[in-house]
Write a protein that binds this ligand. Structure first.
Ligand code: BGC
Length: 368
């Protein structure tokens, strides 16, 4: 018995010695700046980081593309930032190419939330970390986390701003309105609509809001591929079909480019009264329209902060640590995905100068 205890003590001492030795080895090894040695966990500080975006057709994606490239490079990584021009197959091929290029993390804003499972699972099998950016990655377990602005909250903010705009610009109700949603393949779009309807449905039920067309489901109101042209065509047709003998007072819009398309259709119909809509993205042109009293509101979700959050997570993964718990989770059809969410902020003429105080271009557009 005594002998066994002694033996155990000896073995423990030997194990501690080994641990000490391996800690020394670690210190001098992989994390040394400028080397490309592969750590046991984590990855080299100058690794390739891939980014796959759906398109550059709206401000958020155009800004994300530039900022991810510059901020990843400034942090010492080798960024490869690609965009798929709204083509699912192109995005799948681009992610393949990022795997081939040896990316250690692939940051993905999916064109279609459900279409990337196979290629993302291939990446995961190679030990690559996958972060969703701005949109959820659905129907796959190959996702480590998603950074985005609260999507249901975004819709709530849009609806509250629409109600405020109707009261400010159209006096007392009831109000005739129409509803627009985003692209059906984008997992954000139904969530924006859901959040908005939480606020609007009770007002439809009590008669404050009248959706004259009767088109109130997301399927009825979605805008294929977020196309502003398609939204304008739908508004032209709604006006011609349902408003020949009545006025329309406002519209729910899922982003700024669609808001401007809706307002343009209303103006083209001969109605040049201020027309309240919601929006999203803080497009510079929409901020100018807000300053001029042509668009009532937008919702601000700065790419700068979302990119900073993405960088923070990439650096944690690089160092070999696990990601911390997120702000919540989302069911993606297969797993509960960790979300790292930032809060969206509604912007009108009243708060534009405060919201854009640190953004020279937008501050100027708001005519502060
Ligand atoms: C983004 C919006 C953008 C829209 C169209 C959404 O997923 O959250 O900011 O306007 O895609 O590109």
């Amino acid at each position: 018995m005594k002998l066994t205890k002694k033996l155990a003590a000896l073995l423990l001492a030997a194990a501690a010695g080994l641990l000490g030795l391996s800690a020394c080895t670690d210190d001098s090894g992989p994390d040394t700046p400028g080397t490309t040695t592969q750590p046991e966990k984590g990855f080299a500080a100058d690794s390739v980081i891939g980014v796959s975006l759906p398109w550059l057709g709206t401000t958020n994606w155009a800004e994300a593309s530039k900022l991810l490239d510059s901020e990843l490079a400034a942090a010492g990584f080798k960024p490869t930032v690609l965009q798929a021009d709204q083509k699912i197959e192109v995005q799948q091929q681009q992610i393949e190419s990022l795997i081939e290029a040896g990316a250690k993390v692939i940051v993905v804003g999916p064109e279609d939330g459900k279409s990337l499972g196979t290629v993302l699972e291939k990446a995961k099998a190679e030990g690559i970390f996958i972060l969703g950016y701005d949109r959820l990655l659905e129907n796959t377990n190959a996702v480590d986390g998603v950074v985005q602005y609260g999507s249901v909250d975004t819709g709530r903010e849009q609806a509250k701003a629409l109600l405020a705009g109707l009261a400010a610009w159209k006096g007392d109700g009831p109000y005739n309105i129409e509803l627009f949603g985003g692209g059906p393949a984008d997992p954000n779009a139904p969530n924006f609509f859901k959040g908005a309807m939480e606020i609007l449905q009770p007002k439809i039920d009590d008669g404050t809001l009248v959706v004259v067309s009767g088109q109130t489901t997301f399927q009825d109101c979605a805008t294929e591929a977020w196309s502003a042209d398609k939204a304008q065509e739908r508004m032209d047709s709604l006006l011609a079909t349902f408003y020949s003998d009545k006025d329309i007072d406002g519209a729910l819009s899922p982003n700024d480019s669609i808001a401007r398309a809706i307002i343009t259709a209303v103006q083209n119909s001969g109605n040049t009264d201020p027309f309240p809509t919601s929006g999203l993205d803080s497009d510079v042109l929409s901020i100018e329209w807000i300053a001029a009293g042509t668009q009532y509101s937008t919702v601000d979700k700065p790419a700068k902060d979302l990119v900073a959050k993405t960088l923070e997570l990439i650096k944690i993964l690089q160092s070999g640590k696990d990601l911390p718990a997120g702000t919540g989770t989302a069911k993606n059809g297969v797993i509960d995905v960790q979300l790292f969410e930032l809060p969206p902020v509604a912007v009108t003429k009243d708060n534009a100068c405060t919201v854009f105080a640190n953004d020279a271009e937008r501050f100027a557009a708001a005519q502060c």
